[in-house]
Design a protein around this ligand. Structure first.
Ligand code: 6R9
Length: 574
């Protein structure tokens, strides 16, 4: 049985025609989207029901929901199989006394069990907290303490990083996978699952009941627990339709780990709310394996991040001769500014325009995007989704005219907005210091056609000789130089100019870090962008510091440069 999306989106489906964009915005009504869900009538919801069970009830039970692979394992699950297994796990959790509102964390590498556990947690109305498997002891401890997690699901190889004696709230630890020795104080997932029933009475929830917590690192201080509620599903589903453009027979691959909000909102919820087949690949990044994944599963819609596209660009076009990517029909990006050079390269090499999408852990779903069919301006993150109002404000809350750099702000009232910062009301309120608006912390400008152009995090904007320069512009120009693989740009204090631009650069294979190359790069930016945007200092690095989600950590570059404390490093990639 098909889901008829165009019936649900009569006016919005034509957004792809830019002429209708204004009209779609004007006639937009979130309630039109809500009608898609059964809870529009019953009043009670559960995300796990909407992403899995519903498809079984509506006759799509035998459809493949999950195509899982990693270097050691390959497995396929239908919606029915995921429903049954997550029911089983829900029963296991209940057996140990877990229930609605409890925070249950997941700390393990990607595997089908991770997805089954996550769904099982949601089924009993508990709130799930996914952690990156790479977290070390302190990072795990901080998050479990702050959230007051009562249960944790992990593997025996990661168990050593869980300092249980320091976690008074943590009552149960579930171990997935083979265990070397019998551990007394843990519950063995596979033993429990073997005897658990696959019938489960779902916990029906209200739309403002808890769903998921993602910790994001603040630039200083401890990570913030961004808490989302069930209501997020409205916007996650809507954006899956108009931005991901998901259709009945798509094979969809989001490369993000569930430890990052992209890996849950768009690696689990959005695709399964739409009932499409979802590809999950475990293991590390490798250009060959990634292309092989697209080729093998005939991926049609691909959602990844600039850092990955840059790495693929660095790997060159030659390896592509071994793989067929002709199944791709829609490619998207999130997490960092998407450099125009990468967009051009994607078009040349994949024959696909990479669609940039902007949003944050706090926004819970996509906000400003490039939609299929809309003219793309490389370097712009696109236009707000119909239903979302975005603007640029100064520090006092005044709206700024087009082409003026300022705070990217969103009008309060979108469905996926975070519900709170766990245990930190003051932090939450800081985002809403301009009444009625959410202040994102990003710096951007809007052009006269309503496209938004990202400049940098507000803290990263450089002030040199009275000019405000966004690091992204300079980095994107640098990336056009054939020798440069990645670039991170910071402002370095300077007595005369206030700040000067310093660029950290990693080179592509075959290039040597010489003084001549530095000079050439400076000239390249001067001539291609402007004299005031050219870096006065360049330092070559083998690698740039990045988060697990692929963001260049400019604050770390700055801290290194100035010999300052680096702040929270728990999310840094090794
Ligand atoms: C989804 C996600 C949010 C921050 C955000 C911004 C940066 C994300 C971007 C982008 C430029 C884009 N960011 N998408 N910058 N263009 N398309 O990434 O959430 O990990 O919370 O990060 O990422 O600075 O404020 P999160």
């Amino acid at each position: 049985m098909e889901i008829n999306h165009s019936e649900i989106f009569p006016s919005i489906c034509s957004v792809s025609n830019m002429g209708d964009y204004e009209q779609a915005c004007e006639h937009f009504n979130w309630e039109d989207i809500e009608r898609h869900f059964t809870w529009y009538e019953t009043g009670k919801c559960n995300m796990a029901y909407e992403v899995i069970d519903r498809h079984v009830t509506e006759g799509r039970g035998e459809k493949v929901a999950l195509l899982y692979s990693d270097p050691l394992r390959e497995e396929t699950f239908t919606f029915r199989q995921l429903r049954d297994r997550s029911n089983q796990f829900g029963n296991v959790l209940r057996k140990y006394g877990l229930s609605k509102g409890d925070r249950v964390f997941i700390f393990m590498p990607r595997s089908p069990e991770l997805y089954i556990c996550l769904l099982g947690i949601l089924k009993i109305g508990a709130v799930v907290g996914p952690l990156f498997e790479a977290f070390m002891e302190t990072a795990v401890k901080e998050r479990l303490i702050d959230s007051g997690a009562v249960a944790l699901i992990t593997t025996s190889s990661l168990l050593g990083r869980v300092t249980r004696s320091e976690l008074p709230d943590l009552k149960h630890v579930f171990l997935v996978g083979d265990t070397v020795e019998q551990q007394d104080s843990v519950i063995h997932y596979h033993d429990e699952m073997a005897s658990a029933s696959s019938d489960l009475e779902l916990e029906w929830l209200d739309r403002d009941d808890g769903l998921i917590m993602h910790y994001t690192s603040g630039s200083t201080g401890k990570p913030k627990g961004v808490y989302h509620v069930q209501n997020a599903m409205i916007q996650q589903y809507y954006s899956a339709q108009i931005v991901l453009d998901l259709r009945e027979d798509d094979i969809y691959w989001c490369t993000a780990d569930p430890g990052w909000v992209t890996g849950t909102a768009y690696g689990i919820f959005a695709p399964w709310l739409s009932g499409v087949t979802n590809v999950v690949r475990g293991g590390r990044f490798s250009p060959q394996d990634w292309y092989a994944t697209i080729d093998k599963y005939k991926v049609t819609v691909w959602y990844s991040a600039p850092t990955a596209y840059r790495m693929l660009m660095g790997a060159g076009e030659e390896i592509l001769t071994n793989y067929k990517l002709s199944s791709l029909r829609h490619v998207l990006s999130v997490g960092e500014p998407l450099n125009p050079e990468v967009v051009r390269w994607g078009y040349k090499v994949y024959g696909q325009r990479i669609h940039d999408t902007w949003w944050m852990t706090e926004t819970g779903a996509q906000m400003i995007c490039n939609y299929p069919g809309m003219p793309i301006k490389p370097g712009s993150m696109g236009r707000p989704l119909p239903g979302i109002e975005a603007t640029i404000k100064d520090d006092k809350g005044n709206t700024l005219p087009p082409y003026t750099m300022g705070n990217l702000a969103i009008k309060v009232g979108w469905p996926a907005m975070m519900n709170r910062i766990w245990n930190n009301k003051a932090k939450y309120e800081e985002y809403f210091r301009v009444p009625g608006w959410y202040i994102s912390g990003d710096s951007a400008y809007m052009d006269d056609e309503g496209y938004f152009w990202f400049q940098g995090r507000v803290d990263d904007v450089i002030n040199s000789s009275g000019e405000r320069i966004g690091p992204f512009e300079v980095e994107s120009k640098l990336l056009e130089h054939p020798a440069i693989l990645e670039a991170g740009v910071i402002g370095k204090p300077d007595v005369i100019r206030g700040e000067i631009i310093k660029a950290f650069i990693s080179l592509r294979e075959g290039y040597e870090a010489t003084p001549e190359l530095k000079e050439e790069i400076v000239r390249f930016v001067k001539e291609g962008l402007s004299a005031h945007a050219a870096p006065r200092e360049i330092e070559f690095k083998e690698k740039l510091p990045k988060t697990r989600s692929g963001k260049i950590m400019r604050r770390v570059l700055k801290a290194w440069e100035l010999d300052l404390p680096t702040g929270d490093l728990s999310t840094i990639d090794d």
